[in-house]
Write a protein that binds this ligand. Sequence first.
Ligand code: HXC
Length: 281
Amino acid sequence: FARARASLRRTLTGAPNSPFRDSLLQGKVALITGGATGIGFEIATQLARHGAHIVLMGRRKPVLDAAVAVLQKAGFQAIGLQGDVRKREDASQVVEATVQRFGRLDVLVNNAAGNFLVAAEDLSPNGFRTVLDIDSVGTFTMCHAALNHLKCGGTGKAAADSGLIINISATLHYSAQWYQIHVSAAKAAIDSLTRSLALEWGTDYGIRVNGIAPGPIKDTPGIQKLAPDEAGVKYHIEKNNWGEKWDIAMAAVFLASDAGRHINGVTLPVDRGNWLIKPRI
Ligand code: HXC
């Protein structure tokens, strides 16, 4: 009866239970950029639910405060730190404040991103640069600021226990996508730096650097921008490629766990194989 009731509750909320044990990430500290909304917030929630202490970084204080309140109300250890990944001083301050508060840093999730739909001919070079600054340069800036703490978790722990970087990417640059020239270039650069850092920092410091590439995910700021009308939403539902934030967060939980210890330098598409799809001929 209890199992039936749990299953009914899952059906009602639409959120599956986690297949992982609650203490999976006990003792770990995770910093998530753009962590107060959308995919970033779900990643933060699931890392917290599996035992990690959480720092959310974002530009808007009221949005951060609201997100932190939700996590704390659920009984999780979480704080919010205001900052813009485009600013080096913000990156350093947030990383240092994270270590000051929780004593270490184990997982950096580079999730902050900018996006808007625009035809290439209507996009100014500054608009192009702005998205690369947030997504690609911002990711590198955060990695750079976090390096010293990821090497040893800030506690002098053994190299084998070094940190993890998860870069949130996309699949749209595997081919091309209308009105996304700036984001496609930015995410391609992120995938490239995932490999380069995995090689250099994986070899020298045992830091794993991996990516997750979501397909269209419902109820996110990203999909509101990319499929702003009903026709766009209907397209994704009909194609059955409509993921949930939970799907992305579970990939992050897996990578952050010991089960992911041998995985370095890959970007994992989480889109039900949609990136492979070509019309049947
Ligand atoms: C054309 C635009 C534009 C638009 C901005 N620009 N919005 N150009 N169409 N809709 C241009 C401006 O004209 C300007 O160029 C330049 O970009 C900088 O604009 P600002 O407004 O000054 O930039 P800023 O205030 O820093 O805002 C950054 C932003 C913003 C990216 C433009 O939209 C933002 O931060 N949004 C919130 C984050 C967000 O959307 N997250 C969801 C990510 S989803 P000029 O030449 O005029 O100076 C995601 C999914 C990936 O990443 C794909 C999944 C499948």
